[in-house]
Design a protein around this ligand. Structure first.
Ligand SMILES: *[C@@H]1O[C@H](CO)[C@@H](O)[C@H](O)[C@H]1NC(C)=O
Ligand SMILES: *[C@@H]1O[C@H](CO)[C@@H](O)[C@H](O)[C@H]1NC(C)=O
Ligand SMILES: *[C@@H]1O[C@H](CO)[C@@H](O)[C@H](O)[C@H]1NC(C)=O
Ligand SMILES: *[C@@H]1O[C@H](CO)[C@@H](O)[C@H](O)[C@H]1NC(C)=O
Ligand SMILES: *[C@@H]1O[C@H](CO)[C@@H](O)[C@H](O)[C@H]1NC(C)=O
Ligand SMILES: *[C@@H]1O[C@H](CO)[C@@H](O)[C@H](O)[C@H]1NC(C)=O
Ligand SMILES: *[C@@H]1O[C@H](CO)[C@@H](O)[C@H](O)[C@H]1NC(C)=O
Ligand SMILES: *[C@@H]1O[C@H](CO)[C@@H](O)[C@H](O)[C@H]1NC(C)=O
Ligand SMILES: *[C@@H]1O[C@H](CO)[C@@H](O)[C@H](O)[C@H]1NC(C)=O
Ligand SMILES: *[C@@H]1O[C@H](CO)[C@@H](O)[C@H](O)[C@H]1NC(C)=O
Length: 756
């Protein structure tokens, strides 16, 4: 058989037999490895098998080019292979890469900063066939007072490096090469030569006791494991899985040409008895592989002849023939060789029968799967239509401005992004569905909401909302990026907001340092601004209908983002109120709306008032563990104002950090928002403006600003003025463990353990 060795592009069978051959050669000393090297050439140097186009012996002609000569130095035992005439010891050779042993640049100091030893490293690879792999290698520097440069040439001159500093050996963590005691940097593609130079900032005088030397080397990043402080005192590769870190070199033959180009320009390097193999790498170049005749019949693993068959070796192949008295194709996975006897016709008949039967089974299976696939496709199409896909497409295309912002995702895309809706991707659950974290193919993180039910009559409304919401572009509103209509229930894709819900931050046990009065005011003001925008500025007013702290999300910078428009309604401009099925969350629900079913934007104002009260008191809207009259935060709050004991229910931190004027003004605002008569409530715009004004209000006139800053976040004792008052009642309002839930979901989302 003419076999193209090391051909990754060869057929599956060829590749397999190549591999099995290679493994026998390296594991068993009796196997003939000569088949891999050029005929007549030595193939083994120590443990290393040297395949063509490499060849053992300088100038022996066993390799394709002197660059690929391997110097097998027999003065070592076992003999050691070196690259060409140099001192680069080869560890392994593969289809595309050479691994050589590395050299570590080092510099050691004495106690007073004098240099006691220094080792500079440079490697210059011969010829354009070899380059340091930019993907497999990293330049690593180890030390606590060091920076090292690697400079070299890859056509363009290049210098790179990294700095590694630390002051205590305890700071240096084993396994972390990230700038403390150890740093790493990449090298450019195509690098052929480099020089490392080590430098120091303070001559190691401050770190000498635990770090007398600095080290730098280029090496295979997956192999080097940083062992922390022990590597600082002595970077010895002893006691590791390997006693060195290899450098990976990519090799090709032929410069910037593929096989057909080389052939056409008469520059083909692959000579007689070798085959040119194209590389799929962007570096260009190709490889030559050796054609050799292998006796496949010698080893039953290398042929598929039936045990009864006779194997005949032919150039480039082999032939399985059945001996006299047998019939069949002689192949193990074919019919093999079957003895001819008196039942000849029966055998033939049953053979034909089983073949026919087999083909029918295969045909049916194929048919079954193709029908199933088609069914699935049809179903998706059906859902797409049923979910208003056509309408949506129309809306989007008729709205030129919205084309970019609103996107229709495919079911496959989202399935992949959520790892097939894996449990560990769930961000939150609620009465309306589940929210998953999704990672799109471009690494963007999104939140994907999978609704539970979808009332068919609401489809048009839903599409309308999606289209309008994708155009709402307010920094305090969670952006809807698009949706997927191919599933039974539409999936909504939102921007991912990372820091959980406001509810979680308010009711978290023990409080959170950043949750200061100023930040609460800011969040309230941001949320109010967003709602006011939805009510008035958007092209058609949108009533959120489910304003609550669990629907206000916080991003990395604790900026508020209103989420969940699942229950929201669009209100045509000429109408100020619509009649709807009452919907909302207990505790936040506007009583007037509850009684009359007349939805106006003032319902949102009421709910927002509750959120404000929550921010002020850190109490839940409804808590069964409070007494009957205090159970509902709205009544509790209003009652406290009326009875002049508001300060008893305010969060101590709010009292500490807010000014009297601010607290009174916000409390007054809450009272107005919670007015039973919707008409008497302020508009969201007024609320937003008032909160914005209060933010700029002067801070505490009687508490020293600096002291306050310092104690912030420690949940320290309230200032003296309030101590007496505070001690007179119990401030603890937390009940059980509250787990923060992330929700883009509307309605009835409750943290675990919180009362419904
Ligand atoms: C190796 O090759 C030699 C000569 O070419 C032959 O005599 C020997 O049987 C072969 N060994 C194996 C295991 O194939
Ligand atoms: C290399 O050969 C030596 C003896 O020649 C043997 O002890 C060692 O295990 C071999 N190493 C590998 C990786 O095959
Ligand atoms: C083999 O290695 C020894 C020791 O490093 C060296 O002296 C000798 O020149 C090398 N031989 C060849 C052929 O490179
Ligand atoms: C450190 O090295 C410097 C320069 O080599 C030398 O002058 C000095 O005496 C050395 N100090 C100690 C403590 O060995
Ligand atoms: C790279 O630097 C060397 C000297 O360090 C200089 O001779 C050479 O021209 C430079 N090459 C390029 C491409 O800039
Ligand atoms: C470090 O050593 C060099 C030469 O040995 C000397 O010039 C330099 O001043 C020293 N720097 C410090 C910070 O000790
Ligand atoms: C390496 O192993 C030797 C003996 O096996 C031991 O004495 C030495 O402490 C070890 N070094 C490290 C850094 O573990
Ligand atoms: C070789 O390179 C030429 C020019 O880049 C290209 O057109 C051709 O498809 C390549 N051939 C193969 C087999 O990659
Ligand atoms: C190519 O192979 C044939 C037969 O296997 C052999 O006679 C010839 O010398 C080989 N040519 C080269 C350049 O190795
Ligand atoms: C294999 O053997 C059969 C019968 O001897 C013959 O007809 C066929 O041509 C052979 N095939 C090859 C590739 O030699």
């Amino acid at each position: 058989m003419k076999k193209a060795m090391f051909s990754p592009l060869g057929s599956f069978f060829l590749l397999l037999s190549c591999l099995s051959l290679a493994s026998t050669a390296s594991t068993s000393s009796t196997a003939n490895a000569t088949t891999i090297a050029k005929p007549g050439c030595q193939s083994q140097c120590g443990n290393l098998t040297v395949p063509y186009p490499f060849g053992i012996g300088i100038g022996s002609g066993c390799s394709i080019d002197p660059v690929f000569d391997i110097n097998c130095n027999t003065s070592f035992n076992p003999p050691k292979p070196f690259l060409e005439t140099g001192n680069l010891e080869v560890i392994s050779l593969s289809d595309t890469q050479i691994r050589i042993k590395n050299w570590v640049a080092s510099r050691c100091y004495n106690q007073t900063g004098g240099i006691t030893s220094e080792n500079i490293v440079w490697i210059d690879l011969p010829a354009y066939y070899l380059t340091f792999s930019d993907t497999a290698n990293k330049f690593t520097v180890i030390g606590c007072d060091d920076f090292a440069l690697i400079s070299g040439s890859e056509g363009r001159n290049f210098t790179s490096g990294c700095v590694s500093l630390c002051s205590k050996s305890e700071d240096v963590l084993s396994g972390y090469c990230s700038g403390i005691g150890c740093c790493q940097t990449s090298i450019p593609k195509g690098l052929k030569k480099f020089l490392t130079s080590l430098s120091t900032l303070k001559n190691h005088t401050t770190v000498w006791p635990f770090d007398p030397c600095s080290y730098a080397f280029l090496g295979e990043q997956d192999v080097f494991n940083f062992r922390g402080a022990s590597d600082l005192s002595d970077l010895s590769f002893m006691n590791r899985t390997r006693d060195y870190v290899p450098v990976v070199i990519d090799w090709v033959v032929g410069k910037n040409q593929n096989c057909s180009q080389a052939m056409n320009s008469n520059a083909m390097v692959c000579q007689q008895n070798s085959t040119c193999v194209d590389l799929d790498s962007s570096l260009g170049g190709y490889r030559c592989s050796c054609n050799q005749d292998i006796n496949e019949c010698a080893n039953s693993n290398m042929n598929d002849c039936d045990t009864n068959a006779i194997c005949i070796d032919t150039p480039g192949s082999y032939n399985c023939t059945c001996p006299h008295g047998y019939f069949g194709d002689g192949r193990k996975d074919g019919h093999g060789c079957i003895a001819v006897n008196s039942q000849f016709p029966v055998v033939k008949f049953s053979l034909g029968l089983s073949f026919g039967f087999l083909s029918i089974v295969i045909a049916i299976t194929w048919l079954y799967f193709s029908i199933k696939k088609r069914k699935r496709f049809k179903l998706r199409e059906k859902f797409f239509e049923q979910n208003g896909g056509m309408l949506m497409k129309q809306q989007i295309s008729s709205n030129q401005g919205g084309v970019e912002s609103s996107k229709i995702f495919t079911a496959d895309e989202l399935e992949k992004a959520t790892n097939n809706y894996a449990e560990d991707r769930i961000l939150g659950r609620g009465g309306y569905g589940v929210v998953y974290k999704g990672i799109m193919h471009d690494q963007r993180i999104v939140a994907i909401k999978k609704s539970r039910i979808m009332d068919e009559s609401q489809i048009e409304q839903f599409i309308n909302e999606v289209v309008i919401l994708t155009q709402v572009n307010h920094r305090n509103v969670v952006k809807l990026m698009g949706c997927c209509l191919e599933t039974e229930v539409p999936l909504l894709v939102y921007e991912y907001v990372s820091n959980g819900t406001l509810f979680h931050h308010i009711h978290k046990n023990g409080g959170i340092p950043w949750f200061s009065w100023q930040n609460r005011l800011r969040i309230a003001s941001e949320a109010a601004g967003a709602l006011s925008y939805l009510h008035s500025a958007a092209s058609m007013p949108i009533i959120h209908r489910d304003v609550k702290s669990a629907n206000i999300l916080l991003d990395d910078n604790y900026t508020a983002k209103i989420s969940d428009f699942g229950a929201s309604r669009l209100v045509p401009l000429d109408q100020t109120q619509v009649t709807t099925l009452v919907q909302g969350t207990l505790g936040y629900l506007d009583p007037e709306y509850f009684h009359t079913s007349q939805l106006t934007e003032k319902s949102d104002v009421y709910s927002f008032g509750i959120v404000l009260a929550e921010l002020l008191t850190r109490k839940k809207p409804i808590c069964m563990e409070r007494t009957q009259e205090e159970r509902n935060l709205a009544t509790y709050f209003i009652m406290s104002i009326k009875e002049n004991r508001l300060f008893q229910i305010l969060d101590p931190r709010v009292i500490r950090e807010g000014t009297l004027e601010q607290l009174q003004a916000v409390a007054e605002l809450v009272k107005r928002c919670l007015n039973m008569n919707g008409e008497d409530r302020p508009t969201m715009k007024e609320v937003a403006m008032e909160l914005e004004g209060l933010r700029k209000f002067a801070r505490h006139p009687w508490v020293n600003q600096e002291i306050q800053e310092e104690t912030e976040g420690l949940m320290s004792e309230p200032s003296d003025l309030y101590t007496v008052q505070m001690n007179s009642y119990n401030t603890s309002t937390t009940h059980g463990e509250i787990s923060g839930q992330y929700s883009l979901d509307s309605g009835m989302i409750f943290p675990i353990n919180s009362p419904r």
